[in-house]
Design a protein. Sequence first.
Length: 117
Amino acid sequence: MTKSATLAAACALAKPSPGACSWCGGPVPKGRRVWCRGRCSTAFWNNHWWPRSRRAAKRRDKYECVRCGQGRPIEVNHITPCLGAHGVVSCAHHLDNLETLCRPCHRVHTAAIVRKS
Ligand SMILES: [Zn+2]
Ligand SMILES: [Zn+2]
Ligand SMILES: [Zn+2]
């Protein structure tokens, strides 16, 4: 099993089944191993690898802050903190855990977390 397949097996978004696609559980055509088609591998990486998920989140939010509608400079925030897992392929980067914020809103958000802990 590859590392990504192991992660997909534990992922709440994936519907893997044995011997089939690790993302959607569909049949895997000859010549492919983990994913049945490009769309499944894209979906996986867009939800688990920070450089990809960050880009996908900005595109989803139309490059605007989801709180105040301001564009630029924008940053992508983990709603549930990823605790330094930026360099790791992880379920912390699910798109539903990401929101696009402008820099001031991001600062407010980060300050609120620091106050809580
Ligand atoms: Zn698939
Ligand atoms: Zn904002
Ligand atoms: Zn996941």
